[in-house]
Write a protein that binds this ligand. Structure first.
Ligand code: NDP
Length: 438
Protein backbone atom coordinates (compact mmCIF):
# COMPACT_ATOMS: atom_id res chain seq x y z
CA UNK A 1 0.00 0.00 0.00
CA UNK A 2 2.86 2.39 0.85
CA UNK A 3 4.51 1.78 -2.51
CA UNK A 4 1.30 2.81 -4.30
CA UNK A 5 0.23 5.54 -1.88
CA UNK A 6 -2.93 7.40 -2.82
CA UNK A 7 -3.65 5.26 -5.87
CA UNK A 8 -7.30 4.70 -4.99
CA UNK A 9 -8.50 3.11 -8.23
CA UNK A 10 -5.48 0.82 -8.42
CA UNK A 11 -6.08 -0.38 -4.84
CA UNK A 12 -9.76 -0.96 -5.64
CA UNK A 13 -8.98 -3.13 -8.68
CA UNK A 14 -6.30 -5.17 -6.89
CA UNK A 15 -8.39 -5.63 -3.74
CA UNK A 16 -11.31 -7.04 -5.74
CA UNK A 17 -9.06 -9.69 -7.28
CA UNK A 18 -7.28 -10.55 -4.00
CA UNK A 19 -10.63 -11.04 -2.27
CA UNK A 20 -11.45 -13.74 -4.81
CA UNK A 21 -8.22 -15.73 -4.48
CA UNK A 22 -8.83 -17.36 -1.07
CA UNK A 23 -10.31 -20.57 -2.47
CA UNK A 24 -7.50 -20.94 -5.05
CA UNK A 25 -4.81 -20.51 -2.42
CA UNK A 26 -6.57 -23.00 -0.14
CA UNK A 27 -6.49 -25.60 -2.95
CA UNK A 28 -3.07 -24.65 -4.35
CA UNK A 29 -0.96 -22.99 -1.63
CA UNK A 30 2.08 -23.03 -3.96
CA UNK A 31 0.68 -19.89 -5.65
CA UNK A 32 2.08 -18.11 -2.58
CA UNK A 33 5.66 -19.16 -3.48
CA UNK A 34 8.28 -16.93 -5.07
CA UNK A 35 6.30 -13.73 -4.44
CA UNK A 36 4.18 -14.68 -7.46
CA UNK A 37 1.14 -12.67 -6.37
CA UNK A 38 3.24 -9.63 -5.46
CA UNK A 39 4.89 -9.81 -8.89
CA UNK A 40 1.51 -9.96 -10.64
CA UNK A 41 0.49 -6.76 -8.80
CA UNK A 42 3.66 -4.87 -9.73
CA UNK A 43 3.86 -3.43 -13.27
CA UNK A 44 6.92 -4.50 -15.23
CA UNK A 45 7.52 -0.91 -16.37
CA UNK A 46 5.85 2.50 -15.95
CA UNK A 47 6.65 5.35 -18.31
CA UNK A 48 5.61 8.95 -17.62
CA UNK A 49 6.48 11.70 -20.07
CA UNK A 50 5.96 15.32 -21.06
CA UNK A 51 3.75 16.04 -24.08
CA UNK A 52 4.27 19.61 -25.34
CA UNK A 53 2.15 20.85 -28.25
CA UNK A 54 0.97 24.12 -29.80
CA UNK A 55 -2.74 25.00 -29.82
CA UNK A 56 -4.59 26.94 -32.54
CA UNK A 57 -3.80 30.25 -30.85
CA UNK A 58 -0.08 29.53 -30.93
CA UNK A 59 0.02 28.82 -27.18
CA UNK A 60 2.36 26.07 -25.97
CA UNK A 61 0.44 23.58 -23.86
CA UNK A 62 1.81 20.76 -21.70
CA UNK A 63 0.12 17.48 -20.90
CA UNK A 64 1.35 14.36 -19.17
CA UNK A 65 1.62 11.06 -21.03
CA UNK A 66 1.62 7.56 -19.50
CA UNK A 67 2.25 4.00 -20.60
CA UNK A 68 2.15 1.26 -17.99
CA UNK A 69 3.53 -2.01 -19.34
CA UNK A 70 1.97 -4.27 -16.78
CA UNK A 71 2.62 -7.87 -17.68
CA UNK A 72 4.12 -9.55 -20.73
CA UNK A 73 4.04 -13.20 -19.64
CA UNK A 74 1.44 -14.14 -22.26
CA UNK A 75 2.52 -11.89 -25.12
CA UNK A 76 3.33 -8.27 -26.03
CA UNK A 77 1.72 -5.69 -23.74
CA UNK A 78 -1.71 -4.90 -25.13
CA UNK A 79 -4.26 -2.31 -24.02
CA UNK A 80 -5.78 1.01 -24.95
CA UNK A 81 -4.79 4.64 -24.72
CA UNK A 82 -7.16 7.01 -22.91
CA UNK A 83 -7.32 10.79 -23.43
CA UNK A 84 -9.39 12.34 -20.64
CA UNK A 85 -8.66 15.12 -18.11
CA UNK A 86 -9.11 12.66 -15.22
CA UNK A 87 -6.20 10.44 -16.34
CA UNK A 88 -3.48 9.87 -13.73
CA UNK A 89 -1.09 7.06 -12.79
CA UNK A 90 -3.61 5.33 -10.51
CA UNK A 91 -6.20 5.10 -13.28
CA UNK A 92 -3.72 3.82 -15.84
CA UNK A 93 -2.39 1.24 -13.37
CA UNK A 94 -5.86 -0.05 -12.47
CA UNK A 95 -6.66 -0.34 -16.16
CA UNK A 96 -3.36 -2.10 -16.89
CA UNK A 97 -3.92 -4.59 -14.06
CA UNK A 98 -7.49 -5.35 -15.21
CA UNK A 99 -6.25 -5.64 -18.77
CA UNK A 100 -3.68 -8.29 -17.84
CA UNK A 101 -6.33 -10.63 -16.43
CA UNK A 102 -8.86 -9.75 -19.15
CA UNK A 103 -6.39 -10.55 -21.91
CA UNK A 104 -5.58 -13.85 -20.21
CA UNK A 105 -9.29 -14.76 -20.25
CA UNK A 106 -9.45 -14.34 -24.03
CA UNK A 107 -7.03 -17.26 -24.40
CA UNK A 108 -5.07 -15.22 -26.97
CA UNK A 109 -1.31 -14.49 -26.81
CA UNK A 110 -1.44 -10.96 -25.38
CA UNK A 111 0.01 -9.42 -22.23
CA UNK A 112 -1.48 -6.40 -20.46
CA UNK A 113 -0.78 -2.67 -20.58
CA UNK A 114 -2.54 0.67 -20.68
CA UNK A 115 -1.66 4.26 -21.46
CA UNK A 116 -3.05 7.71 -21.92
CA UNK A 117 -2.88 11.36 -21.15
CA UNK A 118 -4.75 14.05 -19.21
CA UNK A 119 -5.32 15.80 -22.56
CA UNK A 120 -8.99 16.75 -23.06
CA UNK A 121 -9.99 16.38 -26.72
CA UNK A 122 -13.39 18.03 -26.12
CA UNK A 123 -13.72 21.30 -28.03
CA UNK A 124 -10.31 20.86 -29.70
CA UNK A 125 -9.98 21.29 -33.49
CA UNK A 126 -8.81 18.47 -35.75
CA UNK A 127 -5.45 20.22 -36.11
CA UNK A 128 -4.99 20.43 -32.35
CA UNK A 129 -5.86 16.76 -31.88
CA UNK A 130 -3.40 15.83 -34.64
CA UNK A 131 -0.55 17.89 -33.18
CA UNK A 132 -1.21 16.45 -29.75
CA UNK A 133 -1.22 12.86 -31.10
CA UNK A 134 2.02 13.51 -32.99
CA UNK A 135 3.75 14.85 -29.90
CA UNK A 136 2.42 11.98 -27.77
CA UNK A 137 3.75 9.44 -30.27
CA UNK A 138 7.10 11.23 -30.58
CA UNK A 139 7.91 9.93 -27.09
CA UNK A 140 5.80 6.77 -27.06
CA UNK A 141 7.26 5.31 -30.27
CA UNK A 142 10.52 4.25 -28.61
CA UNK A 143 8.62 2.05 -26.13
CA UNK A 144 6.22 0.19 -28.45
CA UNK A 145 6.33 -2.22 -31.40
CA UNK A 146 4.61 -5.22 -32.90
CA UNK A 147 6.54 -7.60 -30.59
CA UNK A 148 6.80 -5.27 -27.59
CA UNK A 149 3.66 -3.29 -26.88
CA UNK A 150 0.60 -2.77 -29.07
CA UNK A 151 -1.67 0.12 -27.97
CA UNK A 152 -5.29 0.65 -29.10
CA UNK A 153 -8.11 3.13 -28.40
CA UNK A 154 -10.11 3.81 -25.24
CA UNK A 155 -12.00 6.86 -23.90
CA UNK A 156 -11.25 9.84 -26.16
CA UNK A 157 -9.19 7.76 -28.60
CA UNK A 158 -10.98 6.40 -31.68
CA UNK A 159 -10.16 5.89 -35.35
CA UNK A 160 -9.10 9.51 -35.94
CA UNK A 161 -6.54 9.53 -33.11
CA UNK A 162 -5.19 6.05 -33.96
CA UNK A 163 -4.68 7.28 -37.55
CA UNK A 164 -2.67 10.32 -36.43
CA UNK A 165 -0.58 8.22 -34.05
CA UNK A 166 0.07 5.54 -36.67
CA UNK A 167 1.10 8.20 -39.18
CA UNK A 168 3.62 9.66 -36.73
CA UNK A 169 4.96 6.22 -35.74
CA UNK A 170 5.53 5.34 -39.40
CA UNK A 171 7.29 8.66 -40.01
CA UNK A 172 9.58 8.36 -37.00
CA UNK A 173 10.57 4.73 -37.56
CA UNK A 174 10.47 4.60 -41.36
CA UNK A 175 8.67 1.27 -41.01
CA UNK A 176 5.20 0.32 -42.19
CA UNK A 177 4.62 -1.78 -39.09
CA UNK A 178 0.86 -2.29 -39.24
CA UNK A 179 0.83 -4.49 -36.13
CA UNK A 180 2.07 -1.73 -33.81
CA UNK A 181 -1.40 -0.28 -33.15
CA UNK A 182 -4.90 -1.72 -33.39
CA UNK A 183 -8.19 0.02 -34.10
CA UNK A 184 -6.76 1.26 -37.41
CA UNK A 185 -8.88 2.33 -40.38
CA UNK A 186 -9.87 -0.42 -42.82
CA UNK A 187 -7.75 1.04 -45.63
CA UNK A 188 -4.50 0.78 -43.67
CA UNK A 189 -4.64 -2.55 -41.83
CA UNK A 190 -7.65 -2.27 -39.56
CA UNK A 191 -9.94 -5.19 -38.85
CA UNK A 192 -13.59 -5.34 -39.73
CA UNK A 193 -15.82 -5.53 -36.62
CA UNK A 194 -13.17 -3.95 -34.34
CA UNK A 195 -15.26 -0.78 -33.91
CA UNK A 196 -18.28 -2.86 -32.96
CA UNK A 197 -16.44 -5.49 -30.93
CA UNK A 198 -16.64 -4.28 -27.33
CA UNK A 199 -20.35 -3.40 -27.40
CA UNK A 200 -21.23 -6.51 -29.39
CA UNK A 201 -19.08 -8.66 -27.13
CA UNK A 202 -20.72 -7.42 -23.94
CA UNK A 203 -24.12 -8.12 -25.46
CA UNK A 204 -23.09 -11.66 -26.44
CA UNK A 205 -21.80 -12.23 -22.92
CA UNK A 206 -25.00 -11.00 -21.24
CA UNK A 207 -27.11 -13.02 -23.69
CA UNK A 208 -25.19 -16.16 -22.67
CA UNK A 209 -25.59 -15.27 -18.99
CA UNK A 210 -29.35 -14.69 -19.40
CA UNK A 211 -29.50 -18.05 -21.17
CA UNK A 212 -28.36 -19.85 -17.99
CA UNK A 213 -31.74 -18.86 -16.51
CA UNK A 214 -33.69 -19.49 -19.71
CA UNK A 215 -33.99 -15.80 -20.47
CA UNK A 216 -32.85 -13.58 -23.35
CA UNK A 217 -32.80 -9.91 -24.41
CA UNK A 218 -36.00 -10.39 -26.34
CA UNK A 219 -38.61 -7.93 -25.03
CA UNK A 220 -36.38 -6.62 -22.24
CA UNK A 221 -35.96 -2.93 -21.39
CA UNK A 222 -32.30 -1.96 -21.31
CA UNK A 223 -30.41 1.11 -20.07
CA UNK A 224 -26.94 1.77 -21.51
CA UNK A 225 -24.81 4.55 -20.00
CA UNK A 226 -22.38 6.51 -22.17
CA UNK A 227 -22.78 7.22 -25.86
CA UNK A 228 -19.28 6.55 -27.12
CA UNK A 229 -17.83 3.60 -28.98
CA UNK A 230 -18.87 0.91 -26.51
CA UNK A 231 -22.36 2.32 -25.89
CA UNK A 232 -23.31 2.80 -29.56
CA UNK A 233 -22.53 -0.79 -30.53
CA UNK A 234 -24.14 -2.15 -27.38
CA UNK A 235 -27.35 -0.41 -28.43
CA UNK A 236 -26.99 -1.85 -31.94
CA UNK A 237 -26.54 -5.47 -30.79
CA UNK A 238 -29.14 -5.34 -28.01
CA UNK A 239 -31.68 -4.11 -30.56
CA UNK A 240 -30.77 -6.89 -32.97
CA UNK A 241 -31.42 -9.39 -30.14
CA UNK A 242 -34.91 -7.93 -29.63
CA UNK A 243 -34.16 -5.76 -26.57
CA UNK A 244 -35.40 -2.19 -26.27
CA UNK A 245 -32.79 0.37 -25.19
CA UNK A 246 -34.63 3.26 -23.58
CA UNK A 247 -31.82 5.45 -22.20
CA UNK A 248 -28.25 6.51 -23.04
CA UNK A 249 -26.02 9.29 -21.64
CA UNK A 250 -22.84 11.33 -21.73
CA UNK A 251 -21.11 13.41 -19.07
CA UNK A 252 -23.69 16.21 -19.36
CA UNK A 253 -26.80 14.09 -18.76
CA UNK A 254 -29.01 11.39 -20.18
CA UNK A 255 -31.74 10.89 -22.75
CA UNK A 256 -34.81 8.72 -22.24
CA UNK A 257 -36.64 7.62 -25.37
CA UNK A 258 -39.64 5.46 -24.49
CA UNK A 259 -40.03 4.51 -28.16
CA UNK A 260 -36.57 2.94 -28.05
CA UNK A 261 -33.32 4.74 -28.89
CA UNK A 262 -33.11 5.62 -32.59
CA UNK A 263 -29.69 4.15 -33.40
CA UNK A 264 -29.16 6.05 -36.65
CA UNK A 265 -29.88 9.33 -34.90
CA UNK A 266 -27.53 8.45 -32.03
CA UNK A 267 -24.76 7.64 -34.55
CA UNK A 268 -25.40 10.88 -36.40
CA UNK A 269 -25.10 12.89 -33.16
CA UNK A 270 -22.06 11.13 -31.71
CA UNK A 271 -20.10 9.77 -34.67
CA UNK A 272 -20.79 12.28 -37.44
CA UNK A 273 -21.38 15.58 -35.62
CA UNK A 274 -19.24 14.72 -32.55
CA UNK A 275 -22.05 16.43 -30.62
CA UNK A 276 -23.64 16.06 -27.18
CA UNK A 277 -26.35 13.53 -26.35
CA UNK A 278 -28.78 16.42 -25.62
CA UNK A 279 -28.70 17.08 -29.39
CA UNK A 280 -30.52 13.77 -29.86
CA UNK A 281 -33.67 15.24 -28.32
CA UNK A 282 -33.32 18.50 -30.26
CA UNK A 283 -32.94 16.64 -33.57
CA UNK A 284 -35.73 14.20 -32.84
CA UNK A 285 -38.06 17.04 -31.94
CA UNK A 286 -38.83 18.03 -28.34
CA UNK A 287 -41.75 16.12 -26.83
CA UNK A 288 -41.64 13.30 -29.41
CA UNK A 289 -41.15 10.37 -26.98
CA UNK A 290 -37.65 11.57 -25.96
CA UNK A 291 -36.50 13.91 -23.21
CA UNK A 292 -33.16 15.00 -21.76
CA UNK A 293 -32.22 15.10 -18.07
CA UNK A 294 -29.17 17.19 -17.17
CA UNK A 295 -26.43 15.76 -14.95
CA UNK A 296 -27.13 16.42 -11.27
CA UNK A 297 -30.91 16.51 -11.72
CA UNK A 298 -31.34 12.73 -11.60
CA UNK A 299 -29.41 9.51 -12.29
CA UNK A 300 -29.80 7.37 -15.42
CA UNK A 301 -29.95 4.37 -13.06
CA UNK A 302 -33.33 5.55 -11.76
CA UNK A 303 -34.82 4.76 -15.18
CA UNK A 304 -36.66 1.43 -14.68
CA UNK A 305 -35.13 -1.41 -16.73
CA UNK A 306 -34.56 -5.17 -16.81
CA UNK A 307 -30.91 -5.01 -17.87
CA UNK A 308 -28.30 -2.33 -17.05
CA UNK A 309 -25.18 -1.99 -19.19
CA UNK A 310 -22.87 0.69 -17.75
CA UNK A 311 -20.57 1.66 -20.64
CA UNK A 312 -19.07 5.07 -19.76
CA UNK A 313 -16.39 5.05 -17.07
CA UNK A 314 -15.13 3.72 -13.70
CA UNK A 315 -17.28 4.00 -10.56
CA UNK A 316 -20.22 5.54 -12.44
CA UNK A 317 -22.77 3.20 -10.79
CA UNK A 318 -22.86 3.54 -6.98
CA UNK A 319 -24.50 1.61 -4.16
CA UNK A 320 -27.42 4.03 -4.24
CA UNK A 321 -27.86 3.44 -7.98
CA UNK A 322 -27.71 -0.32 -7.44
CA UNK A 323 -30.50 -0.14 -4.85
CA UNK A 324 -32.62 1.93 -7.25
CA UNK A 325 -32.09 -0.59 -10.05
CA UNK A 326 -32.98 -3.45 -7.71
CA UNK A 327 -36.19 -1.84 -6.56
CA UNK A 328 -37.13 -1.37 -10.22
CA UNK A 329 -36.63 -5.08 -10.87
CA UNK A 330 -33.30 -5.30 -12.72
CA UNK A 331 -32.38 -8.93 -13.51
CA UNK A 332 -28.93 -8.56 -15.11
CA UNK A 333 -25.99 -6.14 -15.26
CA UNK A 334 -23.26 -6.26 -17.93
CA UNK A 335 -20.24 -4.01 -17.45
CA UNK A 336 -19.22 -2.54 -20.82
CA UNK A 337 -16.87 -0.03 -19.18
CA UNK A 338 -13.94 -0.95 -16.96
CA UNK A 339 -14.94 -1.15 -13.26
CA UNK A 340 -18.09 1.01 -13.69
CA UNK A 341 -19.76 -0.43 -10.57
CA UNK A 342 -18.38 0.54 -7.18
CA UNK A 343 -17.54 -2.37 -4.83
CA UNK A 344 -20.71 -1.58 -2.85
CA UNK A 345 -22.88 -1.68 -5.98
CA UNK A 346 -21.36 -5.00 -7.00
CA UNK A 347 -21.99 -6.48 -3.55
CA UNK A 348 -25.63 -5.33 -3.61
CA UNK A 349 -26.25 -6.96 -6.99
CA UNK A 350 -24.56 -10.20 -6.00
CA UNK A 351 -26.35 -10.48 -2.65
CA UNK A 352 -29.69 -9.91 -4.39
CA UNK A 353 -28.97 -12.67 -6.92
CA UNK A 354 -28.85 -10.31 -9.92
CA UNK A 355 -26.83 -11.82 -12.77
CA UNK A 356 -23.64 -9.76 -12.88
CA UNK A 357 -21.09 -9.75 -15.72
CA UNK A 358 -17.82 -8.05 -14.69
CA UNK A 359 -16.10 -5.81 -17.25
CA UNK A 360 -12.93 -7.86 -17.12
CA UNK A 361 -14.83 -10.65 -18.86
CA UNK A 362 -17.80 -8.96 -20.50
CA UNK A 363 -15.92 -6.18 -22.30
CA UNK A 364 -13.05 -8.39 -23.49
CA UNK A 365 -14.46 -8.52 -27.03
CA UNK A 366 -12.63 -5.32 -27.98
CA UNK A 367 -9.18 -6.51 -27.10
CA UNK A 368 -9.92 -9.98 -28.48
CA UNK A 369 -10.77 -8.45 -31.86
CA UNK A 370 -7.64 -6.31 -31.59
CA UNK A 371 -5.69 -9.56 -31.28
CA UNK A 372 -7.50 -10.77 -34.42
CA UNK A 373 -6.39 -7.53 -36.11
CA UNK A 374 -2.79 -8.40 -35.14
CA UNK A 375 -3.26 -11.86 -36.70
CA UNK A 376 -4.53 -10.31 -39.92
CA UNK A 377 -1.62 -7.84 -39.99
CA UNK A 378 0.93 -10.60 -39.40
CA UNK A 379 -0.45 -12.66 -42.29
CA UNK A 380 -1.13 -9.62 -44.53
CA UNK A 381 -4.73 -10.77 -44.65
CA UNK A 382 -8.11 -9.13 -44.26
CA UNK A 383 -11.11 -11.09 -43.07
CA UNK A 384 -14.76 -10.42 -43.82
CA UNK A 385 -17.07 -8.87 -41.23
CA UNK A 386 -18.91 -12.19 -40.81
CA UNK A 387 -15.69 -14.19 -40.28
CA UNK A 388 -14.48 -11.75 -37.66
CA UNK A 389 -17.80 -11.50 -35.86
CA UNK A 390 -18.11 -15.28 -35.79
CA UNK A 391 -14.68 -15.49 -34.08
CA UNK A 392 -15.73 -12.74 -31.64
CA UNK A 393 -18.97 -14.52 -30.75
CA UNK A 394 -17.17 -17.79 -30.09
CA UNK A 395 -14.48 -16.07 -27.97
CA UNK A 396 -17.19 -14.40 -25.86
CA UNK A 397 -19.04 -17.68 -25.42
CA UNK A 398 -15.78 -19.27 -24.32
CA UNK A 399 -15.01 -16.49 -21.81
CA UNK A 400 -18.53 -16.85 -20.44
CA UNK A 401 -18.04 -20.59 -19.98
CA UNK A 402 -14.60 -20.20 -18.35
CA UNK A 403 -16.10 -17.76 -15.82
CA UNK A 404 -19.14 -19.94 -15.13
CA UNK A 405 -17.14 -23.21 -14.87
CA UNK A 406 -14.40 -21.66 -12.71
CA UNK A 407 -16.97 -20.16 -10.33
CA UNK A 408 -18.57 -23.57 -9.99
CA UNK A 409 -15.23 -25.33 -9.48
CA UNK A 410 -14.32 -22.95 -6.67
CA UNK A 411 -17.64 -23.30 -4.86
CA UNK A 412 -19.47 -20.14 -5.98
CA UNK A 413 -21.76 -21.08 -8.88
CA UNK A 414 -23.11 -18.06 -10.78
CA UNK A 415 -20.44 -15.74 -9.37
CA UNK A 416 -18.90 -14.39 -12.58
CA UNK A 417 -16.69 -11.95 -10.68
CA UNK A 418 -14.97 -14.79 -8.87
CA UNK A 419 -14.86 -16.89 -12.04
CA UNK A 420 -13.26 -14.10 -14.10
CA UNK A 421 -10.70 -13.17 -11.46
CA UNK A 422 -9.63 -16.74 -10.75
CA UNK A 423 -9.71 -17.77 -14.43
CA UNK A 424 -7.50 -14.84 -15.48
CA UNK A 425 -5.19 -15.20 -12.48
CA UNK A 426 -4.49 -18.90 -13.06
CA UNK A 427 -3.47 -18.42 -16.70
CA UNK A 428 -1.12 -15.53 -15.88
CA UNK A 429 0.27 -17.18 -12.73
CA UNK A 430 0.93 -20.55 -14.36
CA UNK A 431 2.71 -18.90 -17.28
CA UNK A 432 4.81 -16.68 -15.02
CA UNK A 433 5.90 -19.75 -13.05
CA UNK A 434 7.12 -21.41 -16.24
CA UNK A 435 9.21 -18.35 -17.07
CA UNK A 436 11.13 -18.27 -13.76
CA UNK A 437 11.54 -15.33 -11.42
CA UNK A 438 11.23 -12.40 -13.80
P1 NDP B 1 -15.61 6.91 -25.71
O1 NDP B 1 -14.67 8.01 -25.48
O2 NDP B 1 -15.96 6.50 -27.08
O3 NDP B 1 -16.98 7.17 -24.93
C1 NDP B 1 -16.99 7.38 -23.56
C2 NDP B 1 -18.42 7.73 -23.15
O4 NDP B 1 -18.50 7.75 -21.73
C3 NDP B 1 -18.84 9.11 -23.63
O5 NDP B 1 -20.23 9.12 -23.82
C4 NDP B 1 -18.46 9.99 -22.44
O6 NDP B 1 -19.21 11.20 -22.33
C5 NDP B 1 -18.77 9.08 -21.27
N1 NDP B 1 -17.88 9.41 -20.15
C6 NDP B 1 -16.54 9.32 -20.12
N2 NDP B 1 -16.06 9.73 -18.94
C7 NDP B 1 -17.14 10.08 -18.23
C8 NDP B 1 -17.30 10.59 -16.93
N3 NDP B 1 -16.25 10.82 -16.13
N4 NDP B 1 -18.56 10.82 -16.50
C9 NDP B 1 -19.63 10.57 -17.30
N5 NDP B 1 -19.53 10.11 -18.55
C10 NDP B 1 -18.30 9.87 -19.00
O7 NDP B 1 -14.98 5.65 -24.90
P2 NDP B 1 -15.32 4.09 -25.05
O8 NDP B 1 -16.73 3.90 -25.39
O9 NDP B 1 -14.28 3.50 -25.90
O10 NDP B 1 -15.04 3.56 -23.56
C11 NDP B 1 -16.05 3.50 -22.56
C12 NDP B 1 -15.62 2.53 -21.46
O11 NDP B 1 -15.42 1.23 -22.02
C13 NDP B 1 -14.32 2.88 -20.76
O12 NDP B 1 -14.38 2.45 -19.40
C14 NDP B 1 -13.31 2.02 -21.48
O13 NDP B 1 -12.15 1.75 -20.70
C15 NDP B 1 -14.12 0.75 -21.69
N6 NDP B 1 -13.64 -0.13 -22.74
C16 NDP B 1 -13.51 0.30 -24.03
C17 NDP B 1 -13.08 -0.56 -25.01
C18 NDP B 1 -13.04 -0.17 -26.46
O14 NDP B 1 -12.83 -1.05 -27.29
N7 NDP B 1 -13.26 1.09 -26.81
C19 NDP B 1 -12.66 -1.94 -24.69
C20 NDP B 1 -12.92 -2.33 -23.32
C21 NDP B 1 -13.36 -1.43 -22.40
P3 NDP B 1 -18.52 12.59 -22.78
O15 NDP B 1 -18.42 12.52 -24.26
O16 NDP B 1 -19.47 13.62 -22.28
O17 NDP B 1 -17.19 12.64 -22.10
Amino acid sequence: VRRNAGEVEFHQAVREVMECLGSVIAKHPDYLDQALIERICEPERQIIFRVPWVDDKGQVTINRGFRVQFNSALGPYKGGIRFHPSVNLSIIKFLGFEQTLKNALTGLPIGGGKGGSDFDPKGRSDGEVMRFCQSFMTELHRHIGEYTDVPAGDIGVGGREIGYMFGQYKRLTNRYEAGVLTGKGLHYGGSRARTEATGYGNTYFVQAMLGTRNQSFDGKKVVVSGSGNVAVYTVEKVQSFGGKVIAVSDSSGYVVDEAGIDLELMKEVKEVRRGRIADYVRLKGEGRSAHFVAVGEDSIWNVPCDVAMPSATQNELTGKDARALLSNGVVAVGEGANMPCTPEAMRIFQEAGVMFAPGKAANAGGVATSALEMQQNASRDSWTFEQTETRLASIMRNIHDICADTAEEYGAPGNYVLGANIGGFIRVADTMRSLGVI
